[in-house]
Design a protein around this ligand. Structure first.
Ligand code: ATR
Length: 279
């Protein structure tokens, strides 16, 4: 008798040992009693094209893709979701009708975390201010545009990179120079940090919050530390805050559902376990 083939997924990166994805997916596999596995898949740059071209042959029913391969995954996929195409990166791969399909769950993770933390948040209330114009910013902007935000002030140290992101929604996105970040907070309903500033080992995010309305929400996608200096300062002056750990957890759930057939829950216990692993 042959044994059944158990669903096997994982996270592809180089290096990938630091990834928290196995902690998240293995928690859910255990919680739901699913017989399957989730691996760390370290693939050197010389092998990535052939590996993605034969994911199934390597025994996987799908995978997450992390740095530096999100663009390789976009190219390797036979079909790509609209969201992944707009973000310009694939972080989740799965098979449908034998085709390798690429999608991106970062925008969904951003929004689900926002709605879970602040259920009464209204996208239409006031302009959003986004700091940064890298890969993470693209996903955040797609999420905000899809949520119905009417105006996005996009600030980046390198203004040309903010200008390049304008194509995501030219009528909504206003690129602004980094030095104007304090003034850009006037009348805003949401401030999001998508830069690496404030992360452990990175420079501080220097920003004067005086002009930010007290009703505004402050969201930092940095989660090491969990309470960044930005969030601490915002909380101290009475703004509601959203930390970045939830985005990491929520972005994992679409992949789990696709590969293992169950919509998983982001629980307080999962947050604790992932925080411990991150420390
Ligand atoms: P990710 O994919 O995580 O977004 P990234 O593409 O490297 O990473 O983007 C990092 C972001 O942090 C960029 O917006 C970057 O600004 P530049 O486009 O000007 O490089 C921003 N950033 C990094 N270090 C910074 C610093 N010291 N001051 C201001 N912005 C910084």
């Amino acid at each position: 008798m042959t044994s059944p083939i158990l669903p096997r997924a994982g996270v592809i990166g180089w290096p990938v040992a630091h990834s928290l994805s196995p902690t998240i997916h293995r928690y859910w596999l255990k919680r739901y009693g699913i017989e399957g596995s989730y691996d760390l898949i370290a693939v050197p740059p010389t092998d990535i094209k052939s590996f993605l071209g034969d994911l199934r042959g390597h025994g996987y029913c799908g995978a997450n893709v992390t740095v530096p391969y999100k663009l390789d995954a976009l190219r390797a996929a036979e079909r790509v979701s609209d969201t992944a195409r707009r973000i310009g990166a694939v972080n989740t791969l799965f098979f449908e009708d034998d085709d390798l399909v690429g999608t991106n769950s970062d925008a969904e993770g951003f929004t689900l975390n926002l709605r879970a933390t602040v259920p009464d948040w209204s996208a239409k209330s006031a302009p959003a201010v986004v700091l940064g114009a890298g890969g993470a910013a693209r996903a955040v902007i797609v999420a905000l545009v899809d949520a119905g935000v009417g105006a996005i002030r996009l600030l980046n140290r390198t203004l040309e990179k903010a200008e390049a992101l304008r194509d995501l929604s030219p009528a909504i996105i206003e690129p602004i120079g980094w030095e104007a970040r304090a003034d850009a907070l006037s009348g805003a309903g949401l401030l999001v940090n998508t830069t690496s500033l404030g992360m452990i080992g990175q420079p501080r995010l220097e920003i004067d919050l005086t002009c930010l309305p007290r009703e505004a929400l402050v969201y930092d996608i940095v989660y090491r530390p969990l309470e960044t200096e930005l969030l601490a300062a915002a909380r101290a002056r009475g703004n509601r805050v959203v930390d970045g750990l939830g985005m990491l957890l929520f972005q994992a759930s679409p992949g789990f559902h696709l590969w293992f057939g169950r919509e998983p829950e982001v629980t307080g216990e999962l947050r604790r376990i992932v925080l411990e692993a991150a420390a």
